[in-house]
Ligand binder design. Structure first.
Ligand code: ZN
Ligand code: ZN
Length: 426
């Protein structure tokens, strides 16, 4: 039986699209003064564990920790390694070492993350993480939210919609948690065991299993919006007002929840349409309390992630990847072993003139070489033969025009440049 594991392997037909996606994202971020940082894929298990569970209750922490792919030995030694499940924790530790008073830092990172998904399947997924550190102003939230929308739009996902909610602050969420747990106890029979346990341990957990009865019970329960203190309420209104003024479509979603418990106040999702339903392709929020708990330094922060796999899949399905102008390239073949040195010399001469080559590595018939050159999407083919070389020339075949000519050995580059010009490849 095949081992069940979700990993990434991409061949060149997909890699050029990934490059394009990553370049476009980097371009937008650089315009907004975000700097790339490269985090290690291997992380200290203890540090990651502490970060993920920092603001959680015991039960909740156990559930969250189960998702980490732990590389330690089964002797319970937590000082060993884990594959990074997310980037925020490393970014905070890094930032705490360098940030100065009143300084604001903007970072982003892209790359694979690893977690156990449903049924404990080890999974690799690509993620963009963006973090704005050192500011608790509402404008920083709006900057980050707008940036996420901008990236999606620049990638061609024009239908991106913003879903907003607030998790309140440490003061106003206390009463909500209390009322939510009382409500859950009262309605325990209406919810499945999983939803009940998830929500009881973390009333902000993304718990909806899709079951009609569960959804109904959750929808009818207490809503955090009704518990916000005046300050949280004012901040949330400001976020809505600014986003409306920026003409960003948004939906208030009182059931927008997150599985990580470290968020406070504004939380958001980026949502697109897929087959008539809504698909979350990213999201984030404010996490002002996390740094103090794991680094000892108070760093108010707000950030978001984009699920690059979902974005890639959507862009591919919507045919949003337009290939860059294909390179002009020349196929070179020889039909004699004695001329292999000459083949490499000619290739070198072409490279010196920035012309891409595809070399024939084995002996083929001319028909086979034409087929291989066509498959490699070359425009021109050079064939080096003894009898021609003796006369100081080689054969140049124009594959798109199905036309061939002999060119002089001392005029190869000129002939190729001329042919390229006629193909409008300059
Ligand atoms: Zn509050
Ligand atoms: Zn349920």
């Amino acid at each position: 039986m095949d081992r069940v594991i979700n990993i990434h392997q991409f061949m060149p037909d997909k890699v050029w699209k990934w490059n394009l996606l990553e370049q476009k994202i980097a371009q937008v971020l650089s315009l907004h003064d975000y700097q790339e940082i490269r985090l290690s894929v291997l992380q200290d298990y203890g540090v990651i564990h502490e970060g993920i569970t920092a603001l959680m209750q015991q039960d909740e922490a156990t559930i969250a920790a189960e998702g980490i792919i732990n590389l330690s030995q089964p002797n319970g030694d937590l000082s060993l390694l884990t594959l990074r499940p997310e980037g925020t924790i490393s970014v905070l530790h890094h930032t705490a070492k360098i940030i100065k008073d009143h300084e604001v830092l903007r970072f982003y990172y892209m790359g694979p993350m690893f977690r156990k998904e449903n049924n404990n399947v080890p999974s690799e997924f690509h993620q963009l993480g963006v973090e704005l550190l050192g500011s608790e102003s509402v404008i920083s939230e709006n900057e980050v939210i707008s940036l996420g929308i901008k990236i999606c739009q620049q990638l061609g996902l024009k239908d991106v919609n913003l879903h907003l909610n607030s998790f309140g602050c440490q003061d106003c969420r206390v009463q909500f948690f209390e009322d939510m747990r009382a409500y859950l106890t009262e309605h325990e029979t209406e919810l499945c065991a999983t939803c009940f346990k998830k929500l009881y341990t973390n009333p902000f957990a993304d718990a909806d299993c899709g079951d009609v009865a569960c959804t109904k019970a959750i929808m009818e329960g207490p809503k955090i919006m009704d518990y916000l203190c005046p300050n949280c309420r004012r901040n949330f209104s400001k976020v809505k007002k600014i986003q409306a003024n920026l003409a960003h479509q948004y939906t208030i979603d009182p059931k927008l929840f997150k599985n990580y418990a470290y968020y406070n106040e504004t939380v958001f999702d980026f949502v697109i349409k897929k087959n008539g339903t809504e698909q979350v392709i990213g999201g984030g929020g404010r996490y002002d309390y996390l740094s103090r708990m794991i680094t000892g330094k108070n760093i108010p922060a707000v950030g978001f992630y984009l699920n690059m796999d979902s974005i890639f899949e959507t862009m591919d399905r919507r045919e949003l990847f337009t290939p860059l102008d294909k390179d002009f390239s020349v196929y070179i073949a020889t039909q004699s072993e004695d001329l292999e040195m000459m083949l490499l010399q000619i290739a070198q001469e072409l490279h010196d003139n920035n012309i891409k080559t595809v070399l024939s590595t084995d002996k083929h018939s001319i028909t086979e070489d034409v087929a291989l050159a066509t498959k490699a999407q070359c425009e021109l083919m050079l064939v080096i033969r003894d009898e021609n070389v003796r006369e100081g020339k080689i054969l140049m075949r124009n594959l798109s025009k199905e036309h061939q000519d002999y060119i002089k050995l001392d005029g190869i580059i000129e002939a190729i440049l001329l042919a390229r010009k006629s193909l409008n490849k300059e």
